[in-house]
Ligand binder design. Structure first.
Ligand code: ZN
Ligand code: ZN
Length: 631
C-alpha cells in the first residue's frame, strides 16, 4: 500500500499549447510536433529527428521542448540527454523538461546534477523547476543539495510560493529534519490543509504517528485526503485499532472516503480480522458507488479471505466487472490460505486460459496451495513451468514453498537435496521450514544436521531460534537448547510477543500473553479455569516441551494456559451468543498445545472456532481442525 499521492502545482508552460488547429499545419515545427504525437514508439523517433535536422530546426526551443518531453514519456532519457547536449544555451524550460524526465525515470541524482549544471550556467531557476528538484532531493535524502536550494529560494524571493513551500516541507520531512519542516510549515499564514497533509504523511513515514496526530488535530477543515493520510499512517505503522477508530470518526463527521481510504481501512480490517467492519465497508462501497475497480476489489477479496469468509471473497471476485492478475492473485492466495488447494490450482488454470500472464506473486500463491494440499507432482509441474513456460526465475519464497511441500508429505531427504540444488543461497526461512518438518515427522538425525547449519547462520530470526531450541529440547538435549537461547540473547534477538485479537460488537479486543488489562478479565479467567477443569477431567494434560523458559513443571503449565489466543477465545465465549462462530487472529503460529486444546474447546462448547495464525486458517469444529494437524 502506497501513501496517498499529493500533487501540488502543475506545469506552467505556455509553450505546450500545441493543439491549436489553426496553426497546427501552418508551421513546419507544428507538423513535426503532430508527427511526434502520432508516434507510437521510440523506434520511430530517429526518422522524425532526422527531419528536424534536415529542416534546420535543431535549435528551435518549442520543438526541442516537445522532443525532450516525448523522450521522457517513452522512457528514453539517454536519447534525451544526447539531444540536450547539442542544444546551444538551453533555457530554463528545456532544463526543466530534462530534469522532469530524469525524475520520472527515478534518476534523481541525474536530476540534481542537471539542476546544478543549469545554475552553474547562470540560468535562473523558477518555482516550478525548484519544486521538481526538491522532490528529487527528498527521494535521495540529499540534505546538502536541498538546503542549498532552500538558500536559493530565499535569494530569489520564492519563499511565498505555495508549491515551493510544500516541496520544502516534504523534502525536510523525507530527510527526517522535522524542525526545519515545521519551520517552513509555520510560515504559512494559516493552517493549510494540503501542507498539513504533507507533514502528516512525512511524520507517519518515520513512524511518528503521535506527532502526525498533533498536526492532524490542528487542521480546522480536514478533507478526505487529510483524513486518509492519517488513517494510512496508522495502518502502515501497524496501529490498526487507531486506524479503524479514526475511520469511524471520519464517518461521524460525514467526510466521504475515497478509494485510497477504503483500501487502507480494508487492509487494517484484514490484519485485525475485523470481519463485521469489513462487511460494512463492502456494503458502503456498493451504496455510495465507489468504483469496484481492481484496486478496491482485490483488497476486498483479501479482506474477506483473511477474515475467514471465503464465500464472500468468491462473491466479490465474481461480481468484479473486470478481473486482472491482481484480482486472480488475491483469490488464489485466499483459496490457498483456507486449504482449498484444488480450487486454487483450478483458478490458476482459468487465469492462464483468460490469457492473463501469471506473476511472481501468482506463483507464490499457487505453490502455497500445492503445499497446503500436499500436491507434490502438480506443485513441481507448476514450479518448473515458471522457468520453462513463463521465463520467471524462482525467488526464495518459491523455493520455500517447494521445501514446505516436500517437508509436509515427509520427503525430508528429498527436501534436503532440493535445497542443495537451489540456484540461489538458501536462507534461514528455508532451513527453518525443513527443521519444522523434521520435528513434525520425528526425523531427529536430519533435524540435528539442519540445526547445525542454522546455528551457524547469522541471519536467523527469533522464530528460528525458538524452533531450534524447542527441537533440541524435544531431543532431550538441554545443553544445546540452552546454548541456542544464550546465543539468541547474545545477539539481542527478542521473541516477538504473541498477540491475539477478536472482534465483538464491532470492536476489536486485543490480548497479549497472560494479559490482565481487559475490563472483563475476571469473567475471562473464570471461563478459562472452568474449561481447564473440564479438560483435565477428560484426561487432557498439556504438553510441556514447547515452552522456552527454564521453569518447573507447574509453572510451565501455567505459562501455556494463558497464551493470548486462549484469552481471546474465552472472551468470545462469554460475550457472544451460543451460535456465533468465534474468529480469532493471532500474529504468530499457534502452538501445538493450544491447537490441541482449541480442538477440545470446540467440542465441549459446540462452537465453531476459526483461528488465523501467521501461516494459515484453522477451522475448529467438533474436536477436529481443518489443517489436519499440519501447519
Ligand atoms: Zn499456545
Ligand atoms: Zn489447525
Amino acid at each position: 500500500m502506497g501513501s496517498p499521492t499529493i500533487t501540488v502545482g502543475s506545469s506552467p508552460f505556455p509553450l505546450i499549447s500545441n493543439s491549436n488547429s489553426k496553426t497546427k499545419h501552418s508551421h513546419p515545427q507544428n507538423q513535426t510536433i503532430s508527427l511526434l504525437q502520432s508516434c507510437k514508439s521510440i523506434s520511430q523517433f530517429p526518422q522524425i529527428h532526422a527531419k528536424v535536422i534536415k529542416d534546420g530546426h535543431q535549435q528551435d526551443t518549442h520543438l526541442l521542448y516537445n522532443i525532450l518531453r516525448f523522450c521522457s514519456n517513452h522512457k528514453s532519457m539517454d536519447y534525451a540527454s544526447k539531444i540536450f547536449e547539442k542544444i546551444k544555451n538551453p533555457n530554463v524550460y528545456l532544463y526543466t523538461a530534462l530534469i522532469d524526465g530524469q525524475i520520472t525515470s527515478r534518476s534523481y541524482l541525474d536530476a540534481i546534477r542537471i539542476y546544478s549544471q543549469m545554475v552553474g550556467e547562470s540560468v535562473e531557476p523558477d518555482s516550478y523547476v525548484i519544486s521538481s528538484v526538491l522532490r528529487a532531493c527528498g527521494f535521495r535524502s540529499d540534505l546538502n543539495a536541498g538546503r542549498e536550494i532552500h538558500g536559493r529560494v530565499l535569494k530569489l524571493q520564492l519563499r511565498s510560493n505555495r508549491s515551493v513551500r510544500m516541496k520544502l516541507i516534504e523534502f525536510y520531512g523525507k530527510c527526517g529534519e522535522f524542525a526545519d519542516a515545521r519551520q517552513v510549515f509555520s510560515e504559512f499564514p494559516e493552517r493549510d490543509v494540503v501542507a498539513s497533509t504533507v507533514l502528516i504523511s512525512c511524520y507517519a513515514d518515520h513512524g511518528l504517528t503521535k506527532d502526525a496526530r498533533v498536526v492532524f488535530e490542528e487542521v480546522p477543515e480536514k478533507d478526505t485526503v487529510c483524513w486518509t493520510a492519517m488513517i494510512n499512517g496508522y495502518a502502515r505503522n501497524g496501529r490498526m485499532n487507531e486506524a479503524l477508530a479514526l475511520f469511524r470518526k471520519m464517518q461521524g463527521e460525514n467526510v466521504r472516503p475515497n478509494e485510497v481510504t477504503i483500501v487502507c481501512v480494508l487492509s487494517a480490517c484484514s490484519q485485525m480480522g475485523a470481519l463485521e467492519l469489513g462487511r460494512w465497508i463492502d456494503s458502503y462501497v456498493g451504496k455510495y458507488n465507489i468504483r469496484l475497480n481492481v484496486f478496491v476489489g482485490s483488497t476486498l477479496i483479501d479482506m474477506y479471505s483473511k477474515c475467514g469468509s471465503l464465500d464472500d471473497a468468491r462473491r466479490v471476485f465474481t461480481e468484479m466487472p473486470k478481473r486482472d492478475v491482481v484480482a486472480y492473485n488475491s483469490m488464489i492466495a485466499g483459496l490457498a490460505l483456507h486449504g482449498k488447494s484444488g480450487e486454487a490450482v483450478e483458478m490458476f488454470r482459468q487465469m492462464a486460459q483468460q490469457g492473463l500472464r501469471p506473476t511472481q506473486v501468482t506463483f507464490v500463491a499457487v505453490l502455497n496451495a500445492c503445499s497446503h494440499g500436499g500436491l507434490v507432482d502438480l506443485g513441481f509441474e507448476i514450479f518448473h513451468s515458471m522457468t520453462n513456460k513463463y521465463g520467471i526465475e524462482p525467488r526464495i519464497e518459491h523455493y520455500g514453498c517447494m521445501v514446505d511441500l516436500l517437508g509436509r508429505v515427509g520427503y525430508l531427504e528429498e527436501a534436503y537435496d532440493f535445497i542443495g540444488k537451489m540456484r540461489i543461497e538458501p536462507d534461514h526461512v528455508i532451513w527453518g521450514a525443513l527443521l519444522a518438518a523434521c520435528k513434525i515427522h520425528g526425523n531427529l538425525t536430519l533435524a540435528e544436521r539442519v540445526a547445525e547449519i542454522l546455528v551457524n547462520e547469522r541471519a536467523a530470526d527469533s522464530g528460528t531460534y525458538v524452533l531450534l531450541a524447542n527441537t533440541y529440547a524435544s531431543l532431550g538435549k538441554w545443553d544445546a537448547a540452552a546454548h541456542v537461547r544464550s546465543k539468541m540473547k547474545g545477539r539481542g534477538i527478542q521473541k516477538e510477543p504473541g498477540c491475539s485479537s477478536i472482534e465483538v460488537n464491532n470492536e476489536i479486543h486485543e490480548f497479549m500473553l497472560g494479559d490482565l488489562r481487559h475490563p472483563q478479565r475476571e469473567g475471562i479467567y473464570k471461563k478459562l479455569e472452568e474449561l481447564n477443569g473440564i479438560l483435565k477431567s477428560e484426561g487432557y494434560s498439556p504438553a510441556t516441551d514447547i515452552v522456552l523458559q527454564d521453569i518447573d513443571e507447574g509453572e510451565k503449565e501455567w505459562a501455556l494456559a494463558i497464551h493470548s489466543e486462549r484469552l481471546a477465545i474465552c472472551y468470545g465465549l462469554i460475550s457472544t451468543k451460543q451460535q456465533t462462530t468465534i474468529r480469532v487472529v493471532k500474529n504468530l503460529r499457534v502452538c501445538g498445545d493450544c491447537h490441541t486444546m482449541i480442538k477440545l474447546i470446540a467440542k465441549i462448547t459446540r462452537r465453531k472456532i476459526i483461528v488465523r495464525d501467521r501461516n494459515r486458517f484453522h477451522h475448529f469444529e467438533d474436536g477436529r481442525c481443518s489443517c489436519g494437524d499440519y501447519w
